[in-house]
Design a protein around this ligand. Sequence first.
Ligand code: NAP
Length: 346
Amino acid sequence: MIVRLASIGFGNVGHALLPMLVEKADELQRRYQLTFAFSGALTRTAGGWIAPAGVSATQLLASGWPTGDIPAGAEPFSGDAQAFIAACPADIVLELTTLQPESGHPAIEHIRAALQAGRHVVTANKGPIAHAYPELLALAARQGVALRFESAVMDGTPIFNLAESSLPVTTICGFRGLLNSTSNFVLGRMAAGETLELALQAARHLGIAEAVPTYDLEGWDAAVKATIVANVLMEANLRPADVRRIGLGSEAMRREHLALPPGRTLKQVVDCVRDGDTVRVEVRLEALPSSDVLAHLAGMEAALMLHTDTMQDLVIIEGEGGPGQTAFGVIADIVTISTRPPLSIG
Ligand SMILES: NC(=O)c1ccc[n+]([C@@H]2O[C@H](COP(=O)([O-])OP(=O)(O)OC[C@H]3O[C@@H](n4cnc5c(N)ncnc54)[C@H](OP(=O)(O)O)[C@@H]3O)[C@@H](O)[C@H]2O)c1
């Protein structure tokens, strides 16, 4: 079966997706009888193209687009994402545009339009899932199509797919985790004797911290991710602003670091509990004892501990993530959509 993909946004994740699809093409065919072809792609500045007959990942990779020419056989497309969704024939729309953490726009509109057009959607974008998950999920269900987003939290690390496929009749009662790699990296460097400024400089140099680090250090990134996990796995109805961010930021990190008792490790911890009908999420700095598994995460590692009523605590640890792992999560989602009917998660 040939499955047509149309991508809105084609940056780091799009570029990581192509070699993986090329490398796995034979296995996808042999194990699932699946061939993925791109019927179109769009970026903000380079415009886009549409190829109803489909362009293989090998052809697209060879074209060098979006810096190179559009692939052979494709027609150039100029217009915005809404016009692209209306014009591009596709089975699955990939929403891979830039994150807008405060609102999720315009990715929410992209996903809404794709679902309304009867397309399945896969996104790695946290914004629309954190801000509009219930609405988008309901729309997908009405349209009889799937909305999948494994890569929105901890890159492609299986969290939602694990819960959906491997935890039947399980209630997720809460979770704890380290969801912001930059904070973990900076606190690790500070524990090794570096100043916060130098640690941040190193994080920027590695491309993991923003020029303005507030989003990471003040807990907004963790709050956005925790909102998604709580809403999807615990049927909460939170927005990122509902997450309590307590005692965070550079000053608090310096102060807590200096006051740290021996044998403890400082981490930015996300904690989620169910309290009756309410789900509460907090992000705070914690001085963890060495008996806590989260104390041992190093560098850019991230972790999520799910509290379950069947398997007690399950801990998922991600090594250093990036566009490659994110692309894998996108592939996991497009394979799931192509091999079975949509299922709800939670
Ligand atoms: N990189 C990772 O490791 C990672 C991990 C987890 C999740 N994610 C998420 O995955 C998504 C993609 O990440 P990325 O690293 O590939 O981002 P990126 O390199 O910044 O690429 C974003 C792409 O979206 C395009 N774009 C932005 N707004 C658009 C619009 N309105 N219409 C059409 N195209 C638009 C950009 O075009 P221009 O370049 O022309 O502006 C670019 O092609 C983001 O939401 C990110 O948060 C990424």
